[in-house]
Design a protein around this ligand. Structure first.
Ligand code: DHB
Ligand code: FE
Length: 279
């Protein structure tokens, strides 16, 4: 059966794509952020994942406000990167894993998560930036991927409790996949940020750090907050932390931290990174 090697949650700010393209990792603005990754690269070199299940939110590239699935999943042979307007360099396409996609779809629908299945899917910065951060020398074909998209954009959004249950159902699906593949799960976005309106630039370090702490030790803690509470506490885009919640659900009851980092700001965003391993 397939093995879940661990999970990594990190921000997906598009501006990072430009810093990578221009090799600015040692630049004083970027260094405290990029310094969060070498220990995770070393861990990835040890656990050697074959497949990444990437939990993220689409920002208007595949789904716009007129059609917005709550949960959707890719089942394509490959996924092309398209930039939905940030002017970042587009990277090569990503290999899919259709066997895992369809196994997850069957298992999740059996478990009453009524997904939208996408046999064609473009991926935006929320999918590509974390992979480029984690696998900086990614060769075409070096890792297979399954995109899992959650609506964190157009109300009503799924609750934190629902995302945690979704993650737990994804765990059950991966663990019942008849394969000897090693699977890493990613949760992208957040932490606190608000890009628009009167509170543009809003960041809440106190909440972010508590969230990271509780995500490790007590993942159900976040379920006490409604979506409006989370928006108030973390900003209109901070609610992307729902992708971290789903990722945590995939990792099972107990986890230990592989590495964590928190740096303010990258662009408008509190850039959190948290790599975890199930114990
Ligand atoms: C930024 C953050 C995001 O999550 C995003 O999707 C786009 C931009 C930012 O801080 O610039
Ligand atoms: Fe975003």
């Amino acid at each position: 059966m397939a093995k879940i090697v661990g999970g990594i949650c990190t921000t997906h700010v598009p501006y990072i794509g430009r810093a990578i393209a221009k090799n600015l990792q040692q630049d004083p603005y970027w260094k405290p952020f990029f310094d969060g990754f070498p220990p995770i690269h070393a861990w990835l070199d040890q656990v050697k994942p074959d497949v990444a299940v990437v939990v993220y939110n689409d920002h208007g590239l595949n789904f716009f406000l007129d059609k917005m699935p709550t949960f959707s999943i890719g089942a394509a042979p490959e996924y092309h990167h398209a930039d939905e307007g940030w002017g970042i360099p587009t990277t090569g396409s990503f290999m899919g894993d259709q066997d895992l996609s369809w196994h997850m779809i069957d298992s999740l629908i059996e478990d009453e998560f009524d997904l939208t299945t996408c046999q064609e899917m473009l991926v935006d910065h929320a999918f590509t930036i974390p992979i480029d951060l984690l696998l900086p020398n990614r060769q075409a074909g070096s890792i297979r991927t399954v995109p899992v998209c959650q609506n964190t954009v157009q109300f009503p959004l799924p609750s934190a409790k629902r995302c945690l249950a979704f993650g737990r159902a994804i765990r059950k699906a991966i663990e019942s996949w008849d394969s000897d593949a090693r699977v890493v799960v990613l949760g992208t976005g957040g932490l606190s940020h608000q890009l628009d309106g009167e509170r543009a630039g809003f960041i809440n370090k106190k909440f972010d750090l508590e969230f990271m702490d509780k995500l490790v030790s007590e993942p159900d803690w976040v379920s006490q907050y409604s979506i409006p509470d989370i928006v108030e506490l973390t900003g209109t885009q901070g609610v992307e932390l729902l992708n971290w919640v789903t990722c945590r659900g995939v990792l099972g009851d107990k986890v230990k931290i592989v590495h964590s980092n928190y740096h303010i700001p990258i662009s408008n965003t509190a850039a959190g990174t948290l790599a975890m391993e199930s114990i």
